[in-house]
Design a protein around this ligand. Structure first.
Ligand code: ADP
Ligand code: MG
Length: 394
């Protein structure tokens, strides 16, 4: 089973590109829904294949159905997932993620986020009254290696912690419990507006920070006194263009270096996983940037099951319980490599496509690994056999 889905998306030419005459120098030629030919700046033709290629006529729903829906369904089954948009500024990352507007927009143009929200609630609606669920939402921005809470701008340096029972957590981050899709969209829209406020205050451009949307889905099986939790993370990355080459100075140069560092860290994590598969290395450098540290769970999933021993789950906070943290190799990640089709952006598009091509080599074959955590009664969970996380290159 594939753990990472890599897709490329070419947006339509903008009116400015059309005015510049870029329509005559489009750098891609479609072969089929997985393969295209890319003409580089030396007029050499390179063939790329991805899990799916979305061309300019592709619909937002096509992207959602192929790239996001399987991850949404898995997150409801407590398998963590991450959806990342990568590419230079102006390539269509935010359009793919949010659409033209999160609240009011043409149904067809809605981006991944509103579709994911609807998909989550649709998949969760319990038919069994012994099952209840809650969705919590957090929204943060990573700028210059500092994590800012987009639901509470006063929290401008959130720390990342690792918990045995919950995996990677953002210490003190605001978590809003959303009860229906409308409420979730209202909260997301508030976070997006706060991002703009913060940027105006600090005189930043949104393309220079990574925006991270975190959904925590918790389900309680009342009859079995069991609870499980899945995390779904969406990331609209900072622009991948190489600003230092343009002679940037001062803060712009510092920003560019920090962005490049975190994007290379993301590439290195992916690369290390690939090398690890070939027996070359076992160290995965998640700690090299805030971004990769936050996304650590994206590549290794945790199934959390809390079994209450005495009284119902609602009152379980201080009662004896066992926490089983199960590590599975099947956390799902999807990478959408967004590109301009214009020849004037050929070198940035090529760099985006190469990043995607490198990521595509990761495949995982699931094996369940059980990590145990001592319950406060002193008893422990036992590990099932076959306790390895294995990856292979396809
Ligand atoms: P990024 O977030 O990568 O900087 P944007 O998503 O803001 O780029 O897109 C840049 C411009 O291109 C915006 O005006 C956006 O509306 C338009 N655009 C991007 N992708 C598409 C698409 N698939 N269809 C139509 N317009 C698009
Ligand atoms: Mg953007």
């Amino acid at each position: 089973m594939s753990s990472i889905t890599v897709c490329a998306r070419f947006r339509p030419l903008t009116s400015k590109e059309k005015l510049n005459g870029d329509a005559d120098s489009v750098c891609i030629r479609c072969i089929d829904s997985e393969t295209f030919v890319f003409k580089d700046d030396k007029d050499e033709e390179l063939t790329f294949s991805f899990d799916r290629v979305f061309y300019e006529e592709s619909k937002q729903d096509d992207v959602y159905q192929f790239l996001a829906l399987p991850i949404v369904r898995d997150s409801v089954n407590a398998i963590n997932g991450t959806i990342i948009t990568y590419g230079q500024t102006g390539a269509g990352k935010t359009y793919s993620m949010e659409g033209p507007g999160i609240l009011e927009c043409d149904e067809q143009k809605k981006g991944l986020l509103p579709r994911v929200v609807k998909g989550l609630f649709d998949s969760l609606s319990p038919s069994d009254e012994e099952l209840t669920f809650s969705i919590k939402l957090s929204m943060v921005e990573i700028y210059m290696e500092k994590i800012r809470d987009l639901f509470d701008l006063s929290k401008d340096n959130i720390q990342i912690k690792e918990s045995k029972s919950r995996g990677i957590i953002l210490h003190g981050v605001t978590e809003i419990t959303v009860l229906d899709p409308a409420e979730a969209l209202q909260s997301l829209s508030r976070g997006i507006a706060n991002r703009a406020v913060g940027e105006t205050q600090m005189n930043l451009a949104s393309s220079r920070s990574h925006c991270v949307y975190i959904f925590t889905i918790q389900q309680e099986f009342l009859r079995e006194k069991r609870m499980r939790s899945g995390k779904l993370i969406l990331v609209d990355l900072a622009g991948s263009e190489k600003v230092e080459k343009t002679g940037a100075e001062g803060r712009v140069l510092e920003e560019a270096k920090t962005i490049n560092k975190s994007l290379s860290a993301l590439g290195n994590v992916i690369n290390s996983l690939t090398c690890g598969l070939q027996g070359k290395t076992s160290h995965i450098p998640y700690r090299d940037s805030k971004l990769t540290r936050m996304l650590q769970d994206a590549l290794v999933s945790f199934f959390i099951t809390i079994i209450c021993q005495i009284i119902p789950i609602i009152q379980q906070i201080s009662v004896p319980h066992k926490v089983f943290l199960t590590k599975g190799g099947t956390a799902r990640t999807a990478l959408l490599c967004c590109c301009s089709p214009s020849a004037s952006n050929v070198s940035e598009s090529l760099s985006t496509l190469r990043f995607g091509a490198r990521a595509k080599h990761i495949k995982s074959s699931p094996r369940v690994h059980c990590i145990e955590e001592k319950s406060n009664t002193g008893s422990t969970a036992s590990s099932p056999p076959g306790d390895e996380f294995s990856l292979r290159i396809m």
